[in-house]
Design a protein around this ligand. Structure first.
Ligand SMILES: *Cc1c(COP(=O)(O)O)cnc(C)c1O
Length: 391
């Protein structure tokens, strides 16, 4: 008798051969500028906690108080009895931050993309997606069963040509990251908005890596480009710069009422837990009171990128807190990551399928709470690793 799960060890061996086998790490400390891993202290250049708010005492206290007042879990979906005035308060804070009429919470950014895309379009409709969009957008497109048309990265002319080709589709949805998760660059939003208006296509943007880091007051890329009110569907996550967990959509009152009824990832999912909701509210408070955190995160990313370029690495100019360091093959990326870890810096190798084959990289991210010294020590470690590899 053959083992019906026999394909699993085979696949694992194949992944290992291709330097693509992935394993989880178990930190022994919170998401701070340095962390402990297997008893060693390392500089953390791998967290999306861009503003350091996941461990900010005010944010942590808000989560703890909410756990005492509201409990650890929410008990049911929002449409049943899982919603509280705390959930409503966060939605109202998010719609204020994003300058929209309303907002809707999801349990994660991933679910916000899945639920929203599959509610807005269906079989017979068409989705237009940047080739570097996040996996949750790709999966949202698949779930919707609409036809998917991928346009070249940040290429608005290609997007416009595809939209013209598919004028017959009932509904057309254009989706893009605003700050791309693995490249850290900005989508050309003004021209995308213009094309969508001309073509009467729906525009949805994913601000996961922009909220808190880009734009005035960290309000995101839509605000950075002064496009408030011109992007009908704005998605974001609470799990990155806002230091908590959960996702949201901001938009018109009608859009939000529609999603409450039609987004299955909202309807059939338990409401986010009160501590996470309270933490996000407190994080927005800090963001508003200390806008210098946003500046600091961006300045540190620029400091890191400049130092790495001086050391001979291929690093694009960062616009947010993400600094990609291109390494080529998965093996090269993995080797560089291991050398850095030995030197006391934690920067993961990003390999296919997260990025295209041949574009494996180290994805370094900074936090507003890193010191200049920690960044400079990291640059030095990269420089030594490069000399050591003979690259
Ligand atoms: C992280 C991320 C998501 C998913 O958000 P979670 O809250 O982690 O589920 C969605 N889109 C982009 C671009 C992301 O980077």
């Amino acid at each position: 008798m053959s083992d019906p799960l026999g394909f699993i060890p085979e696949e694992l061996r194949a992944l290992e051969r291709e330097a693509l086998l992935r394993e989880v790490r178990a930190l022994g400390s919170p998401q701070e500028p340095t962390v402990t891993l297997d008893g060693e202290r390392l500089i953390l250049l791998a967290s999306n906690n861009y503003l350091g708010l996941a461990t900010d005492p005010r944010v942590v206290a808000a989560a703890a108080e909410a756990a005492h007042r509201w409990g650890a879990g929410s008990g049911s979906a929002r449409l049943i009895s899982g919603g509280t005035t705390l959930h409503d308060e966060l939605e109202s804070r998010l719609s204020d931050l994003k300058r929209t009429e309303a907002a809707l919470l999801f349990s994660s950014g991933y679910l916000a993309n899945l639920g929203t895309m599959s509610a807005l379009v269906r079989r017979g409709d068409a989705i237009f997606s940047d080739e570097l969009n996040h996996a949750s957008i790709i999966d949202g497109a698949r779930l919707s069963q609409a036809s998917v048309h991928v346009y070249r990265h940040a290429d608005t002319s290609h997007l416009a040509a595809l939209l013209r080709e598919h004028r017959g589709s009932a509904r057309r949805l254009v989706v893009t990251d605003t700050v791309f998760s693995m490249d850290g660059d900005l989508a050309p939003l003004p021209s995308i908005v213009e094309v969508c208006e001309r073509e009467s296509a729906i525009l949805m943007v994913d601000e996961a890596h922009a909220t808190g880091v880009v734009g005035p007051g960290g309000r995101g890329a839509v605000a950075h480009f002064k496009l408030d009110g011109e992007v009908p569907v704005v998605m974001g996550t609470l799990s990155k710069a806002l230091g908590s967990a959960g996702g949201y959509i901001a938009g018109s009152g009608d859009l939000i009422a529609f999603l409450r009824n039609r987004a299955r990832a909202f309807v059939f999912d338990t409401a986010p837990p009160p501590p996470a909701v309270a933490a996000a509210i407190a994080a927005i408070d800090v963001l508003e009171q200390e806008p210098e955190r946003t500046e600091r995160a961006r300045a540190l990313a620029q400091r890191l990128a400049a130092g790495l370029r001086d050391a001979g690495f291929d690093v694009p100019e960062p616009v947010a807190a993400i600094v990609p360091v291109l390494a080529g093959s998965a093996e090269n990326a993995l080797a560089l990551s291991r050398t850095l870890r030995d030197a006391g810096v934690l920067v993961p190798a990003i390999r296919p399928p997260s990025v295209a084959p041949g574009t494996a990289r180290l994805r370094a991210t900074v936090m507003a709470t890193h010191t200049d010294d920690q960044i400079d020590t990291s640059i030095h470690a990269f420089a030594e690793a490069r000399v050591g590899s003979g690259a």
